[in-house]
Design a protein around this ligand. Structure first.
Ligand code: C5P
Length: 322
């Protein structure tokens, strides 16, 4: 093996997984919890593989970062509508010149990337990822924190009371029906995102807090499936890809850290927990393997950057001439 042989290959397939994880992925591939209506790949060889620039333009044209606002039906008729922001996240935040997206991967541990991450104009972090005690490896700046509804609802994360969530703007999302119908979703969220949102807003009324429109997650899902030769899990993309595309809408350049694993690649799930599972890096519920193929194809940096820094370089959508 050459050194760079260990860098993510953009043709990763579930066939390349170990048998345990392959079975878990196959199980998820057989389910369709969110009612995905999509024929899947037309045939393994029928799909031309798009170049990186074409792929970037396809995403720019087909994916829109939308957040819920207080004037949007059915929320506008609910008594708590005024707790929602009046305007879109993309009109309130940015534009930023350079941005860092910090995956929560175990390979960030001992990376020493903290200073480099903090040198960006804006830093996006995920879920319960801390900075305290890990500054050397992940930095200390948090401009945006993208959280899923499971973290908001779980008792262990103390979402309502922990200071972990108090810096920067919060952005929440929940796996919604594929139809992205807001009334259907409101009555059948995966986790109680709306009750937790209202509680948090009452406790921290001054902190900016957005909720992603479910169209966003499924528009991205379609881009992944459309560019893969095999059927992917019919579940929403991971927070990692949602956050990356969110930042591509706000920033001139986006550096994503340890989404494509570096030479520090490890089965340690998160840099902040002693829990080991390859599924964290390769995906089980989320189509994470395919998300990584897509990001590898769009990367404008070198394989060496991935190998040493776990760093991918993506252009902001505004920089693209499509
Ligand atoms: O686990 P969590 O969703 O909080 O982590 C944030 C994101 O970082 C994930 O959604 C995933 O995209 C990425 N990640 C990864 N490899 C890991 C852990 C997280 O790619 N080992």
């Amino acid at each position: 093996h050459g050194l760079l042989g260990e860098v993510w290959d953009d043709e990763m397939s579930s066939n390349m997984l170990g048998s345990r994880l392959r079975k878990v992925v196959q199980n998820y591939q057989a389910m369709n919890k969110y009612g995905v209506e999509f024929s899947g790949p037309g045939g393994v060889s029928s799909r031309p593989k798009l170049s990186g620039p074409k792929l970037l333009c396809q995403i720019k044209e087909n994916v829109e970062v939308q957040t819920l606002t207080s004037d949007l039906q059915p929320f506008s008729s609910l008594p708590w509508a005024s707790q929602l922001p009046m305007s879109q996240l993309t009109s309130d935040l940015g534009p930023y010149r350079s941005c860092a997206v910090v995956s929560s991967a175990g390979s960030l541990r001992y990376s020493g990337l903290g200073k480099e991450i903090d040198s960006h104009d804006a830093v996006l972090r995920f879920n319960a990822a801390p900075t305290t005690d890990f500054e050397k490896d992940v930095g200390s700046k948090t401009t945006i924190r993208l959280i899923n509804s499971q973290v908001m609802a779980s008792d262990d994360h103390r979402f309502l009371s922990s200071s972990l969530y108090s810096s920067g703007a919060l952005v929440a999302w929940d796996p919604a029906p594929f139809s992205a119908d807001l009334s259907q979703w409101y009555n059948r969220t995966d986790y109680p995102i709306f009750t937790q949102y209202q509680r948090y807003r009452r406790l921290h009324p001054m902190q900016p807090f957005y909720i992603l429109h479910p169209r966003f997650e499924w528009q991205i899902w379609q881009r992944i499936q459309d560019n893969m030769a095999e059927p992917i899990q019919r579940n929403p993309p991971s927070s990692g890809l949602l956050g990356t595309i969110l930042m591509m809408s706000l920033c001139e350049v986006v550096h994503v850290y340890e989404f494509l694993p570096s030479r520090r690649k490890t089965e340690l799930c998160h840099y902040y927990q002693r829990f080991y599972d390859a599924a964290c890096t390769l995906g089980a519920y989320h189509p994470l393997l395919y998300e990584k193929n897509l990001v590898k194809r769009m990367n404008q940096g070198s394989d060496h950057d991935i190998y040493t820094h776990g760093r991918v370089t993506l252009p902001g959508f505004r920089q693209l001439n499509c």
